[in-house]
Design a binder for this molecule. Structure first.
Ligand code: G16
Length: 540
């Protein structure tokens, strides 16, 4: 008989889930007393006590350092709170899209995902805990706010300290508890994900075991085209963010010209970056637009049809151009995949994407890196053109949204908050509208200046303060927002989006095309002066 213990604790004030769960340094979870336990208890407390004895929770993660410790705690706390069933990936490994899929398939009440996604791993890296609801999608703000409120008042948690599971053993492990029904944990092998990088001959590469199974075994790409497929707690020292900076090895390999298609994934397999031969980069905002424009090449959409399109606010307007041409509804949501869930559940949305290397559809409720790559492969197979040709044709037909994002990571939080506050004050001055800003031979006139707010068309919930937008008369946009996924200091994101339809200009270098707008953004915000940062950490 397993013993249930109630442990007195002190609440923490900093357990507010961000864009995608609670992300902190591993050391915060490890060294602060009861830190992880408190947050896990707060999550489980949102499952109604009356539901728990019939409830199943899915648990999985990206294999990063501290994940196994966190899973043991989840098992012990879930059992002590009367949750009846846990379904866990063998060794705890399961990609984020796989967790979403399994929650839906087995009709679980939700799931807990152990990942800090694209943030570095290892003992000095980041860890994260995220709650997904029964639809398979990340918990919406109503629920994450509830978790935060519980965490701020938490005085005790319940735990079965002696209950230990063998994470490596496939199958059922059952435990007798004094006051509840027997508690069962089932371990499965779920084709799991893992870190970044892989390139492929003709085909892509992908996330660990999925890549091997689908891209190599099923599609016949050579085995050596799948790189970095074995999960490691520190991602082999790599930064698991699939962008041009952190997937530099892949970019270099692709530049060699030997491969036609390359793709990189993040730690938990939900993000993707697509490259063509010679390292031709597909901007994520363009990637979802290309998939939308070629929707008939994708078997899933041939079956289901397409109900609507969506992008996050900072994502470029490339998708809007396709939506207009296809006469499809386009939703503009705040940053965070959780905002797409309600639209999908209501049958209003089929395909969506974000500038932050996220692309997905309503087959699940998370972005899905491998799905996006398979969508691209379907398009390549139908059109029999290269990635570069497809992209260039697209720009010829729809015009091009030049897009760039500057990330300033680990900026002093006070300085970053003050910069945003001061900019907002300046933007809200009535004289700001109509103001002209010049750089080089370009002049832009402000048409709209606001802090983006979103009203969910399904449940009417309102999300405010989602990013400062300066929209100019020609439609060009400068956007500033603070990241909700960083773990130390503040990350300032600057996004620039500018549309060009002149066929003579669409092949230019985005950094050259957008230089005047970047210059204006830096001057208006006084980012350099106020943060002391002279250059971004990452440019996309
Ligand atoms: C998460 C969210 C995405 C979001 C991204 C960046 O992705 O699911 O919707 O775009 O973070 O958010 P931020 O700009 O606030 O850092 P992931 O892959 O980290 O789970």
């Amino acid at each position: 008989m397993v013993k249930i213990t109630t442990v007195k604790t002190k609440p923490y004030t900093d357990q507010k889930p961000g864009t995608s769960g609670l992300r902190k340094r591993v050391t915060v979870f490890q060294q602060n007393q009861h830190y992880a336990e408190n947050f896990i208890q707060s999550i489980i407390s949102v499952v109604e006590p009356a539901e728990r004895q019939a409830a199943t929770l899915v648990v999985g993660g990206d294999g990063r350092f501290f994940m196994k410790d966190a899973i043991q705690l989840i098992v012990q706390i879930a059992a002590a709170n009367g949750i009846n069933h846990l379904v866990i990936g063998q060794n705890g490994i399961m990609s984020t899209p796989a967790v979403s899929c399994v929650i839906r398939k087995i009709k679980a009440v939700g799931g807990i995902i152990l990942t800090a996604s694209h943030n570095p791993g290892g003992p000095n890296g980041d860890f994260g805990i995220k709650y997904n609801i029964s639809s398979g999608g990340p918990a919406p703000e109503g629920i994450t706010n509830k978790i935060f409120e519980i965490s701020k008042g938490l005085q005790e948690y319940h735990i079965c300290p002696e209950l230990k599971v063998d994470l490596s053993k496939i199958g059922k492990q059952t435990f007798e508890l004094c006051i509840f029904k027997a508690f069962t944990v089932i371990f499965y092998i779920f084709l799991a994900t893992e870190l970044p990088l892989l390139m492929t001959h003709c085909l892509p590469l992908v996330v660990g075991p999925y890549v091997k199974k689908i891209v190599c075994e099923e599609l016949g790409s050579p085995a050596n085209s799948a790189v970095s497929c074995v999960p490691q707690e520190d991602f082999g020292g790599h930064h698991p963010d699939p962008n041009l900076t952190y997937a530099a090895d892949l970019v270099k390999t692709m530049k060699g010209g030997e491969y036609d298609f390359g793709a990189a994934f993040d730690g938990d397999g939900d993000r993707n970056m697509v490259l063509g031969k010679h390292g031709f980069f597909v901007n994520p905002s363009d990637s979802v637009a290309v998939i939308a424009a070629n929707i008939t090449s994708i078997p899933y959409f041939q079956k289901t049809g397409v109900k609507g399109l969506a992008r996050s606010m900072p994502t470029s307007g490339a998708l809007d151009n396709v939506a207009k041409a296809l006469q499809m509804h386009l939703y503009e949501t705040p940053t965070g995949w959780k905002f797409f869930g309600n639209l999908m559940d209501a049958g209003k949305l089929s395909l969506c994407g974000e500038e932050s290397f996220g692309t997905g559809s309503d087959h699940i409720r998370e972005k899905d890196g491998l799905w996006a790559v398979l969508a691209w492969l379907s398009i390549l197979a139908t059109r029999k053109q290269s990635v570069e040709e497809i992209m260039k044709d697209h720009w010829q037909k729809y015009g091009r949204n030049f897009f760039t994002r500057y990330d300033y990571e680990e900026v002093d939080s006070d300085a970053a908050n003050k910069m945003i506050k001061d900019l907002e004050t300046a933007m809200f001055d009535p004289s700001f509208i109509g103001k002209k800003f010049s750089s080089g031979d370009k002049t832009y006139e402000v048409a709209v200046a606001d802090n983006f707010a979103y009203t969910d068309p399904v449940d009417g919930s309102v999300s405010k303060n989602q990013g400062l937008r300066i929209i100019f008369a020609d439609g060009s946009r400068i956007i500033f927002r603070l990241s909700g996924t960083g773990s130390a200091g503040a990350t300032i994101r600057l996004y620039i989006d500018s549309y060009e339809k002149d066929p003579q200009k669409i092949y230019q270098d985005p950094q050259v095309m957008l230089a005047p707008l970047v210059d204006i953004a830096l001057k208006v915000s006084q980012l350099r002066e106020k943060t002391g940062r002279t250059a971004p950490t990452v440019i996309t």
